[in-house]
Design a protein around this ligand. Sequence first.
Ligand code: HEC
Length: 400
Amino acid sequence: MINKILNFFKEYNARKDEEPRSGKLYAISALFNTPNEIMNAATEVADKGYRRFDTFTPYPVHRLDQAMGITKPLVGPIAFAGGMLGCFLTLLMIWWMSDADYPNIIGGKPFFSLPPAIPITFEGTVLLTGIATVIGMLVLLNKLPKINNPLNDTEFMKHVSSDKFGIVIGANDKQFSESEIRSLFESMGAHDIQNIYYRESNLTNKTPIFDSKFIATLIAVAGLTALISYFTLNVVLYDVVPFDWMRHQEKINSQSPSDFFQNKSGMRMPVEGTVARGFMPYEYKGMPDSSVKQLANPLPADSKILERGQDRYNVFCSPCHGYFGDGDGRLNEQFPKPPSLHNNKVINWTDGNLYHVLTNGQNVMPSYESQISRDDRWAIVHYIRALQRAKNAKEQDLPK
Ligand code: HEC
């Protein structure tokens, strides 16, 4: 069986070797025995001014490219241009999608901004750099896919891929002259100097990619792949239950019961002493007001704050304390009558002490910590100060 397959390839190769060569000259080749010889040959051929030549070695020979006079390869700039194009196109795409075509407010962020666009821009840059490099190197510079290079299936190729070092000068070189090149090769001690002619198919079939057999094979492979995929997905895997482990996982939703805990509640109380994010607890909570020493009003006493303080005072405090703090609120007779806020004790209190009473409560007066925000409580303190000053206004307080 294996012998049969090997024989098939042998015969196939033999037939290929027999493919007739045309009379058109492609290049002149020469073989050398050592790397040193090929180095010298490359240097000399480059010095003589030949440009369309190439060297072939069975393994990489260092500095051969320098000897051949090859300067910086063009693939670098091509890759750079591809990368820049990718970067620009990706940014344009993200801007177009998120700012022009379908602008969505997400968390109050700008429609387009650079930092979140950088990862995708990076990917786009890398992608186009890669594509440009491959196309630039293989297609533009190496002229691939060219599977019927005239050098293929020659004695020259067989030698340089196993034990000899070869050089080829193309017939399309500007200063090509068969006799001159032959004598040049001979003077360098080359052996096996040969003319390599184009194959018939080189001259007719320019791009083997459009070969009808090749295209037919491609179509057949594509069709076969599609058929197998269709059969696998729609017949073999049709009855397999889709994976939904993520949806049906063991977990407790908020507000739902659970047998795991003794009180049958799925939700837990926060650990004692837990502080909510961005919230500093009142440090004199439950302490006597004499402990409140250094607590100053953090808000400025401007008209905006005073108005806010008045508004909150009228909503929360006036029912008991009255609109002007006289202790004559609307809840008279239904709740213990509060003292006037204009007595000497309260007038002489610090702002911190006032704040302490509304935050902590005092005797029958409840704490307002949970109803009124911290800043609003300080605004009310400012407003009470304003009320006290208005009640005890002196002559010099009047506008002149
Ligand atoms: C439900 C009625 C009621 C409400 C509403 C109320 N208080 Fe009082 N407040 C009282 C009573 C009663 C007292 C006296 C408590 C005591 O016996 O020490 C008092 C005492 C005070 C004192 C201390 C007075 C002193 O001489 O010791 C201040 C200051 C005060 N309240 C401010 C406020 C502020 C500011 C608000 C609005 C956030 C407010 N209160 C809302 C009933 C109330």
